[in-house]
Design a binder for this molecule. Structure first.
Ligand SMILES: [Zn+2]
Length: 90
């Protein structure tokens, strides 16, 4: 093949031109699309975790083991986290 930059005849299998050092192939690697959404995954996990804890505390609160105000605080926190997560997705 011929180097696109300097016009030197180089091997077909060559990745770079031996004369000017320019890559023979265009860099096709792109940043994975998942990396863009990385930031929004943590709140979802947190919300799920808080909801699970809230569910556990709700069950205990029903049995009269936990103060009622605590279960309301946890439920409120879970609601805020879910609302925040939904707001960020929009
Ligand atoms: Zn070259």
């Amino acid at each position: 093949m011929i180097c696109k930059t300097c016009g030197t005849e180089i091997a077909d299998k060559a990745f770079i031109c031996y004369r000017c050092g320019v890559a023979t192939t265009e860099p096709q690697r792109r940043a994975p699309a998942a990396s863009k959404r990385r930031g929004s995954r943590l709140p979802a996990v947190l919300a799920l975790l808080v909801l699970m804890i809230a569910a556990l505390y709700m069950g205990r609160a029903a049995a009269g083991e936990t103060p009622r105000i605590l279960s309301w605080i946890i439920a409120g926190l879970a609601t805020i986290l879910v609302a925040w997560h939904l707001w960020r997705r929009a």
